[in-house]
Design a protein around this ligand. Sequence first.
Ligand code: AMP
Length: 196
Amino acid sequence: MAAAHDTTTAPEVVLLMGPPGAGKGTQASLLAEERGLTKLSTGDMLRDHVRRGTPLGERAQAIMESGELVPDDVIVGMVRATMQAAPAVRFLLDGFPRTPAQAASLDALLDELGARITAAVALEVDDDELVQRLVQRAHEEGRSDDNEDTVRNRMEVYRRQTQPLLDYYAGHGALKRVDGLGDVDTVTGRIREVLP
Ligand code: AMP
């Protein structure tokens, strides 16, 4: 029941994982709202820094445009500050963690905060569909990291650095694989089904 979720302060940390273009951002917003969680998107936070022209934004911009990952210490620092300042540990994480080092830092941080990962949802979409979606998003949103070369590199970076994390969460019994193909509502429904 939505009302029950809105008022609880019980810790809940849901990870939304998957390759670029899998629909993480859209699903993260919907599910965060529905479960009374704060959406924490490291990509959105970085884009905000770039827009505001902060030193962090200036450092991150070129890295983001190449499709590589921003250094772990920068990302972990941002996430740590946000989580520590929050009144309750109730988050939906979109695009974090992305490396084994980030996953280890998240575990340590949640330990400190007396919380644990509720579920790691992996949205699965095949490569052809991903490229199509990202090219479409480039037209619609004008994201400077949605051009074809960057898209290809971001997918490669995902395979190399982030995909191994799925095994890590599977090993902890937290991984929930969800078919990301279909309309938004259908996919939201599938995610809802795998969440406790
Ligand atoms: P996203 O919107 O999540 O696809 O992120 C866009 C870009 O921001 C990525 O391609 C990375 O350059 C950077 N980024 C976002 N989240 C992270 C993260 N957790 N670790 C490292 N870099 C990140």
